[in-house]
Design a protein around this ligand. Sequence first.
Ligand code: MN
Length: 279
Amino acid sequence: MPQARLPVSLYLTAPGSRFWTASAPLTLEDALARAASLGYDAVEIMPRDVDDPDPEALRAAAERRGLRVLGFATGFIALEHGLTFTHPDPDARRQAVEMAGRCLEAARRAGASFVSVGLVRGKPHPGVLPGDAQAHLAACVRECGLRAGDMGLTITLEPGNRYETGFVHTVDEALALLEAVSLPSVLLQLDTFHMNIEEASIAGAIRHAGPRLAHLHLADSNRRAPGWGHLDFGPVVSALREVGYAGAIGLEILFTPDFEAAAGQGIRFVRSLLGDRLA
Ligand SMILES: [Mn+2]
């Protein structure tokens, strides 16, 4: 049976959000149109807020261009609202989970399949013991995982580098959290930019994640489009083939020197590296 074409998605941040980069001063409509014309199959979105962009409008705008909305990110909960899963105030943690739940609902309405958990984990607070923070984190992720499971969606836990998040920097730490949460609806998402900083071996980390790897972000060592830094993606591809990776490839990259050039380099690099399929 012929395999489906390997989906390649472009990670977009909602205009007006703290993640919105001055280097990509486009409307979301423009970004979708350009992504489609460059050959992307899908997009991922870091919203500005739970209903911004409106999930149905985003889905319709993407579908008009032949794009699927693949996933939603939750970093805005921490950066726009100051709410995290390790906040010392139980009410702040409850609100963070509530907002992540609304993100799951938005993702479902947009036709997406996963919601990622990264910066919403937060940073250590003075006075909160590391063990307590880990317990809060596991409880919050488990609550999100239960809601995701009810909706037929997946929570993807993405290890992040030490400068951006205080918790879960490596695949090892992510697997320990997955073990504590113990839900089939909570899986792993890996990002070559973060792995380049935190892992002894990027290919080794992918092999270690194995069948739990649900999504992959590709960026080079400097977070620019792959091919524009010093990472060697050959072993990454070998490891993906070894673990039978069947997910999508997401480009979460800096749009420098500009959107068109960076997004174009991203998809050309992935297609030349992988062709239309991994296996
Ligand atoms: Mn990422």
